[in-house]
Design a protein around this ligand. Structure first.
Ligand SMILES: Cc1cc2nc3c(=O)[nH]c(=O)nc-3n(C[C@H](O)[C@H](O)[C@H](O)COP(=O)(O)OP(=O)(O)OC[C@H]3O[C@@H](n4cnc5c(N)ncnc54)[C@H](O)[C@@H]3O)c2cc1C
Ligand SMILES: *[C@@H]1O[C@H](CO)[C@@H](O)[C@H](O)[C@H]1NC(C)=O
Ligand SMILES: *[C@@H]1O[C@H](CO)[C@@H](O)[C@H](O)[C@H]1NC(C)=O
Ligand SMILES: *[C@@H]1O[C@H](CO)[C@@H](O)[C@H](O)[C@H]1NC(C)=O
Ligand SMILES: *[C@@H]1O[C@H](CO)[C@@H](O)[C@H](O)[C@H]1NC(C)=O
Ligand SMILES: CC(=O)N[C@H]1CO[C@H](CO)[C@@H](O)[C@@H]1O
Length: 608
């Protein structure tokens, strides 16, 4: 079996996906009648949700449950396709359903990545990044949330961990009994089903065993513990990816009070300058043709930490000096785009498995058939991705600093060419995840200190890619933590489990770091082969006042009435895990705040 055949197979799959999404697009356009559009123009919505991503789909469900509220959801992307829901297929590679952004070149990180910058890819499809992410369900640690709380600000008490557990549990439907036993943290009956994969393979056992041998216990990382080897739980049902679109939106699409507009990009939030209230939005289905939609109560922005910045700046909400450069009149001077943070990792650390049987095209085709017919087989798994180790490197707090995340990849079997294998080709997926003979160990820095910012595109502010000055690894402390964790990862090779299974260090081509040794070499590798995790936060952070934050602790934009931001961008700092589950929690909490405000304070703060 030749390498080229595998690539062809994967690109065939990609092409198939592209074609189906194009078809879906044509179909929606053809069936969207003139009458629908007139309806849209003539109606005034109680709520407009901008962005149908991870948080947006949850909010659309919760708000449209109130029968006298009319809700509009606007999403740039199109419908989700069943092909995106095969657990073994990495959707984070499907360009048609991604915002393909890059960080700015900075001279100290991402140095050997194309054009000296790192990719940042988030989802552009109904369900957003919950369709393109790794599906892992991790919540982070108590200290992270407690750190969002400001002593002295009563409203921020809501964000202490003890006051968030119920918001996590509200949407949870946990399918693993060993995990459910801890009922302080877990529950059943919500829309978001999470579960471990049943399917396992030899190397999942080997890595689990090796981490255990190193002293890590197998525990549920969502119970506020500092260290563990984790058999991950994933957002899935019946061995099928469960995005927030599938879990929250699809079941309520029939609601008459809910209008979903796909393939439409919001280009402006229209603000009444005299009263600092929102009138509505402008959106485009075809480039350059703006159409309005009007709102009575609130607009809720959920386009994520990068796209929120573009939209707010274009609408006159942002740092005055920045907006002035584009001749945009500032309506409210706020630090929108500042405080950008992303988790970070590095390529270059990989292990090889020498006795993996060659994978044939026939086998893969049969495995696809099996998955479609019975939702089982290897594609009903995420391969080695199912195992992670959370490590506490320093003793100051009771929480992990690094997650060692494992990514499997298949390299053609004449493996002795490995010395010439670049970091890039070691990381590029050739086959679905369950087929692998190389494992990249990605040490993820969970609480990066480095901060950056997002700005409008200089030449094309409206349609161009936002400028992401991510400043990854700017703080040397970040680099030190990453490299410290690599030392621990390398100890894996000394375990009996790894030796017995003949797992070896993969000598990748690490130019220009190949001449260095030890710590100097890993420092060099991390600066050259940096990877952004694409878990951006912070650009619309919550806080006390408009000098330091964009929204208050009720997620209302400072100084603009009727505008809230409810997604990952409001997080002031990272939590020690992924941000999918935290974003769900933020959406639940935000929805509760909206319901409460309109019930109790009607006729007071918001009534116009
Ligand atoms: C490759 C990858 C793997 C990840 N893996 C994990 C993981 O395993 N576990 C985990 O916890 N986290 C993971 N994450 C992170 C996590 O999934 C996301 O950060 C989180 O889901 C973000 O949610 P959000 O609601 O803020 O934004 P999104 O889900 O990205 O939603 C934003 C939505 O707004 C739409 N939109 C943008 N601009 C406009 C506009 N102008 N008009 C209309 N619509 C617009 C977008 O198309 C998108 O649908 C991963 C992220 C990536 C990219
Ligand atoms: C802003 O306006 C000034 C004066 O009208 C003009 O010279 C300048 O080119 C404009 N800049 C942009 C980015 O449009
Ligand atoms: C799981 O999916 C398979 C294949 O579509 C289907 O036959 C089966 O009924 C599903 N099971 C559940 C519990 O939904
Ligand atoms: C590796 O690459 C070098 C330079 O490109 C080449 O000379 C060498 O033959 C290659 N090694 C193998 C084993 O292919
Ligand atoms: C704004 O809030 C921050 C954080 O609470 C505080 O340090 C700062 O002094 C406040 N600034 C003003 C002008 O109130
Ligand atoms: C404003 C509006 O359209 N309200 C309708 C919402 O849906 C309920 C029941 O589906 C109708 O009774 C309302 O008229």
């Amino acid at each position: 079996m030749k390498f080229a055949v595998f690539r062809r197979l994967l690109s065939k799959l990609l092409l198939l996906l592209t074609l189906t999404s194009v078809k879906a697009d044509l179909f929606t356009k053809a069936t969207r009648t003139k009458a629908d559009e007139r309806d849209l123009r003539q109606s005034v919505f109680d709520f407009i949700i901008v962005g149908g991503g991870t948080a947006g789909c949850v909010l659309a469900n919760r708000l449209s449950a109130v029968s006298d509220w009319k809700v509009l959801l606007v999403e740039t992307g199109d419908d989700e396709n069943i092909d995106y829901n095969i657990p073994g297929v990495p959707t984070n590679e499907y360009r048609p359903i991604l915002w393909n952004y890059r960080t700015e070149r900075n001279g100290y990180s991402c140095l050997s990545r194309p054009s000296g910058s790192c990719e940042v890819k988030t989802g552009k499809v109904l369900g957003g990044s919950s369709v393109t992410n790794d599906m892992k369900y991790t919540r982070g640690s108590k200290v992270d949330y407690d750190g969002w709380h400001n002593t002295g600000t009563l409203a921020s008490l809501e964000w202490k961990f003890e006051n968030l557990i119920d918001d996590f549990k509200y949407s949870e439907d946990n399918g693993d009994y060993d995990i459910l036993m801890n009922s302080l943290y877990h529950s059943r009956g919500g829309e978001m089903h999470v579960k471990k994969f049943k399917y396992t393979d030899r190397y999942i056992e080997v890595f689990n065993g090796a981490f255990s041998e190193m002293g890590l216990r197998t525990l549920d990382i969502n119970t506020n513990i500092p260290e563990a080897v984790v058999n991950n739980q994933f957002a899935m049902i019946n061995n099928t990816r469960l995005s927030t679109n599938s879990a929250f939106l699809k079941p309520v699409r029939h609601r008459k009070n809910l209008t979903i507009l796909k393939g439409a990009t919001v280009t402006k939030i229209v603000i009444n300058k005299q009263e600092n209230t929102v009138d509505g939005i402008l959106y485009e289905i075809e480039k350059g043709k703006e159409r309005p939609a009007y709102v009575k109560r609130e607009i809720i922005l959920t386009t994520g930490a990068i796209n929120n910045v573009r939209l707010l700046h274009l609408s006159g909400i942002g740092p005055k000096i920045e907006l002035k450069k584009y001749n945009i009149t500032t309506i409210k001077d706020l630090p929108v785009g500042m405080n950008y943070q992303d988790q970070v990792t590095t390529g270059g650390l990989a292990f090889v498995m020498n006795d993996v049987a060659p994978v044939t095209e026939e086998k893969i085709t049969n495995d696809f058939k099996t998955w479609f017919q019975s939702r089982s087989g290897p594609l009903a798994s995420r391969g080695i991705n199912q195992v992670s180790a959370f490590l506490q490197l320093y003793e100051n707090i009771n929480a992990p600093d690094v997650e060692l995340a494992l990514d499997g990849n298949y390299i053609r079997s004449d493996k002795y060419l490995l010395t010439n294998l670049t970091v890039h080709s070691a990381e590029e997926f050739n086959l679905p995840l369950p087929y692998y003979n190389l494992v990249n160990i990605h040490p993820i820095l969970l609480r990066p200190k480095s901060k950056g910012r997002v700005l409008l595109n200089k030449r094309n502010p409206k349609y161009g890619r936002p400028v992401i000055q991510a400043n990854l690894l700017k703080e040397t402390e970040d680099l030190d933590t990453l490299v410290d964790s690599i030392d621990i990862a390398l100890q894996l090779l000394d375990t009996k489990e790894m030796k017995k299974a003949e797992v070896k260090f993969a000598p990748l081509d690490l130019f220009p770091c190949d001449r260095l040794s030890n710590r100097d070499q890993w420092n060099c590798i991390a600066r050259h082969y940096t990877r952004a995790m694409s878990r951006p936060i912070g650009t619309c952070r919550m806080g006390d006042n408009s000098t330091e934050s964009v929204v208050d602790f009720q997620l209302r934009v400072h100084g603009i009435e009727g505008l809230r931001i409810i997604d990952a961008s409001v997080m002031p700092s990272h939590v020690r895990g992924g941000i999918f589950a935290p974003t769900l929690m933020i959406a639940e909490k935000g929805a509760k705040m909206i319901l409460k405000d309109w019930k109790e304070n009607k006729g007071h703060f918001y009534n116009r």
